[in-house]
Write a protein that binds this ligand. Structure first.
Ligand SMILES: C[S@@+](CC[C@H](N)C(=O)[O-])C[C@H]1O[C@@H](n2cnc3c(N)ncnc32)[C@H](O)[C@@H]1O
Length: 189
């Protein structure tokens, strides 16, 4: 993350925004269940809300400095922090009731790597589990904000099909200030 991000993503304003406009509307629409995985938590803006909504929250973060800060912050708080890459998640199949990715996908350099994350989210979900999250919509101002950083915004026009193509059964995409998605893994027959 560049300096712009480090400042914004750990600010009280961003934590409030993620809670009110992203996590709350999603959690009102779907059951996140007991066991949740959050990928790319960064400084933990979504984590701050998710940890009160599920019994067992696991974080998977690529950046070692962010992992160290999260470990320190959540020591003894019932949140498990793991270093790793969401394109190859270090968890067995069907480990979680829900997986969340908040403001992460546009930091993933290629569409193929983004699709690996979608496929991995599907694999680690139990049947009937949900993959939820949000991402910024492509915009010049957002592009400029990412100067010197990875910026690969998700195309809202194809995201539904990409989630369906990796195998999600039911997909809802909402496009307002951000792209918000809810994708359900099929229940076992
Ligand atoms: C902008 S931050 C998002 C922070 C937080 N989720 C939020 O909404 O404020 C994106 C985070 O995703 C992490 N990330 C990027 N690619 C990843 C990957 N392949 N696996 C795990 N984490 C990744 C980055 O290291 C960064 O901490």
């Amino acid at each position: 993350m560049n300096r712009n991000h480090a400042r914004l993503c750990s600010s009280d304003r961003w934590i409030r925004y993620i809670g009110k406009d992203v996590v709350a509307p999603i959690s009102q629409r779907v059951r996140l269940g007991r066991r949740m995985l959050e990928v790319g938590p960064g400084p933990g803006a979504a984590t701050e809300h998710l940890r009160h909504l599920v019994a067992d929250l696991t974080l998977l973060e690529l950046d070692e400095a962010a992992v160290a800060a999260l470990e320190e912050r959540y020591a003894g708080a019932g949140v498990s922090v793991q270093a790793g890459d969401a394109t190859a998640m270090p968890f067995p199949d069907a480990s979680f009731d829900s997986v969340g990715a908040f403001t992460v996908l546009h930091h993933v350099p290629t569409v193929a790597q983004q699709d690996r994350i979608l496929a991995e989210a599907l694999r680690v979900l139990r049947p009937g589990g949900v993959f939820v999250g949000a991402d910024s919509l492509p915009a010049t101002a957002v592009h400029d904000f990412h100067r010197g950083d990875v910026y690969n915004p998700v195309d809202p026009g194809t995201f539904f099909t990409r989630l369906k193509t990796v195998g999600f059964a039911a997909v809802t995409i909402e496009q307002d200030e951000e792209l918000i998605f809810i994708a359900r893994k099929a229940k076992q027959r």
